[in-house]
Design a protein around this ligand. Structure first.
Ligand code: ADP
Ligand code: MG
Length: 364
């Protein structure tokens, strides 16, 4: 949905004046997590991209009751009339109003809770594959959430900058970001994207694969929060030392509907994750095949850098290194690479605007 962006003069002037008193903000608007960066301060917040709403009468009339960590804690446990929503699906806005509420919440958090006066300049990232309409929707939701000016940067560019890759140089840099809803691969050189591919196989799909495995092997029904916990504690891409590890999982029996507990093995979880990991591997291989030879040469030497929460899956770098035969390095803080990249752009916004072709300004 694209919204009109013209607002009255009075409102603009008020926003401009109030903007003088707040700091520029960078937002990594992920499907799983939102990470907030404040200029001069660094990362100030990291919360799940979840909103809890209470329905008031007919559809369309709902009140936001919690955002972020508080809302995630409610998933699968809500009483009648209350719902948890993940406003972003596969990197794009699925629920516009909820996205706007979420951005408003994080902008107020960035400004120490003083939302009514927080009208900063905001740099926000979008996956490189989004359409013009989807990009516009992100800008509008950012302005609607309280920003005075909104700039969009493509996620792989931010991830690469945040991971410390020298993307401005005439050199092939490959970055692979594995988030909740999407995995993206990009080859960058001279400040721009040369090759880009994205895929819906990422963290959420892995959680769904664990749910399906438990259903099939144990007739056990678990929710996505439990599935993610299993992935984080015993999930892996390759066999590892001590992998005979077991874990007790509790859920509901599909046969008799009663609660039950089963013990599962790490190897079973690895098998369940394997198809998602293979799809990510194939995507990277395709991109390597399409990369111009002069840039491919650099990637063979320097390798690829993994970012995003999914990069933390046990054994993933080793697995990819073995199958792709190039060095695979995990960024220092994979969950924060994009936000740190957005932050670097923000710290020098006026200079970066000239360099980054993907920066887009949403005027009021
Ligand atoms: P997004 O950018 O889509 O918000 P993130 O980069 O924040 O996503 O990554 C979130 C995803 O990373 C989730 O699916 C989460 O389960 C997954 N994740 C986080 N830590 C780990 C880990 N140690 N092992 C496997 N997956 C992980
Ligand atoms: Mg991300």
């Amino acid at each position: 949905m694209v919204r009109g962006i013209k607002r009255g003069w009075g409102n603009s002037v008020f926003r401009w004046i109030s903007g003088l008193f707040c700091r520029d903000v960078g937002i990594d608007l992920g499907t799983a997590n939102v990470v907030v960066y404040v200029k001069g301060q660094g990362i100030v917040g990291n919360e799940p991209s979840v909103v809890a709403i209470k329905r008031m009468g007919q559809r369309g009339n709902e009140k936001v009751i919690a955002v972020g960590t508080e809302a995630k804690a409610m998933i699968g446990k809500t009483p009648h009339g209350v719902e948890t929503v993940r406003p972003l699906q596969h990197g794009v806005i699925a629920d516009y109003d909820m996205t706007e509420s979420m951005i408003a919440h994080f902008l107020s958090l960035a400004n120490g809770g003083r939302s009514q006066f927080a009208h900063p300049r905001v740099v926000i990232c979008v996956p490189a594959c989004v359409t013009e309409v989807e990009r516009r929707a992100v800008i509008d939701a950012t302005l609607g959430g309280g920003a005075r000016e909104a700039y969009v940067v493509e996620e792989p560019v931010a991830a690469a900058i945040g991971a410390g890759l020298p993307i401005a140089e005439p050199r092939g840099n490959m970055v692979v970001d594995i988030g909740g809803g999407t995995s993206e691969v990009a080859v960058l050189s001279l400040g721009g994207i040369v090759i880009h591919e994205a895929l819906r196989s990422a963290g959420d799909e892995m959680d769904q694969a664990i749910i399906a495995m438990l259903r099939q092997n144990y007739t056990l029904h678990v929710g996505e929060v439990t599935a993610e916990e299993i992935k984080l504690s015993v999930g892996s891409a390759m066999p590892y030392e001590g992998e005979e590890e077991e874990m007790e999982v509790k859920g509901r029996d599909l046969m008799d509907g009663l609660p039950k507990a089963v013990r599962i093995r790490a190897a079973e979880v690895r098998d369940a994750l394997n198809p998602s990991i293979s799809r990510i591997e194939d995507m990277i291989r395709d991109s390597l095949e399409e990369t111009p030879p002069e840039l491919a040469r650099d990637i063979v030497d320097q390798g690829l850098v993994l970012t995003g929460g999914g990069a933390q899956l046990r054994g993933l770098p080793a697995y990819l290194q073995e199958s792709l035969k190039i060095p695979v390095i995990t960024a220092e803080k994979p969950l924060f690479s994009v936000a740190l990249g957005v932050g670097k752009i923000l710290e020098d916004l006026d200079a970066m605007k000239k360099v980054l072709i993907s920066v887009d300004k949403g005027m009021q």
